[in-house]
Ligand binder design. Structure first.
Ligand code: SF4
Length: 264
């Protein structure tokens, strides 16, 4: 069974996938931490959604921001403590980044919300579906025939159609989405099609640093690309094929395996 997290890692760097699969035994901690941080971000969205119900159309943008922020800091702090108690090492900078991204998103939502409430002359509870469509979070998808498994960050359901959403804290490209993000998304799309007996035509990558949700069309080429990547991932994870090192200054200088690859 191929986990979509392996596909993501392979798209980032095949050598990193090899090292984490066959060499580095501490990798599971990092993986667990990334899952906990993702859960935290999803819970924060849930809190913002709940807070939104209390907002009235005559409130100022500052008041809206204040209400949207209710309980968020306390929740982030208590979750960080829980993560530490799980023996997962979390850096203060990781928490600060989540706080910064959250308050940036709250500011954007406050401005948008004020504008929409004024135009439609409605309180927030009447228009919250425009901001938070009916969704399933951290949904486990699995297909035995495709031998593929993964947890989709969010699946939005609008008028009976399913839209996979991938939430990213990385910097976005100037336009469109990164190839690795598109491949990950098409994997979720294919699993959603199997799970819900439906067709998925489009998904979205939500680059939360800039509050931008970018569409990805699930066309034939992207689907073919996924199966090619799955084949390469199997070669590395199942057949232990050593991939070629593809040095990339930006990626390698921040990579914990830099020393290994330099020696090689
Ligand atoms: S140092 Fe560079 S080539 Fe080596 S695993 Fe890390 S990202 Fe990949």
């Amino acid at each position: 069974m191929i986990n979509i997290s392996s596909i993501k890692l392979h798209m980032y760097c095949p050598m990193k996938l090899y090292i984490q699969t066959h060499v580095d035994k501490n990798e599971k901690n990092d993986y667990q931490l990334s899952i906990e941080l993702k859960k935290l971000k999803i819970d924060i969205q849930d809190l913002i959604q709940k807070n939104m119900r209390k907002i009235k159309k005559d409130m100022s943008i500052l008041e809206i921001e204040r209400i949207l922020s209710n309980n968020i800091n306390a929740y982030i702090e208590s979750t960080a403590d829980t993560i530490k108690s799980m023996d997962l090492s979390i850096e203060p900078s990781q928490i600060n980044e989540i706080i910064d991204d959250t308050y940036f998103n709250i500011k954007i939502n406050a401005i948008k919300l004020k504008q929409v409430m004024s135009i439609l002359d409605k309180d927030a509870h009447a228009i919250k579906d425009m901001f938070f469509p009916n969704s399933m979070y951290s949904y486990l998808l699995k297909d035995s025939q495709l031998e593929l498994i993964g947890i989709c960050d969010k699946i939005e359901i609008i008028d009976g159609k399913y839209y996979p959403i991938s939430i990213k804290s990385s910097n976005p490209p100037l336009k469109g989405v990164w190839d690795e993000n598109a491949i990950e998304l098409v994997a979720y799309a294919i699993l959603i099609e199997e799970e819900f007996d439906t067709e998925v035509y489009v998904g979205f990558v939500n680059y939360e640093k800039i509050g931008d949700k970018r569409p990805v069309i699930m066309d034939v080429n992207l689907r073919k690309g996924l199966f090619e990547v799955i084949r390469e991932v199997k070669e590395i994870t199942e057949n232990k094929k050593l991939p070629k090192i593809r040095k990339n200054v930006k990626k390698c200088e921040n990579c914990e395996y830099n020393e290994i690859c330099i020696k090689d």
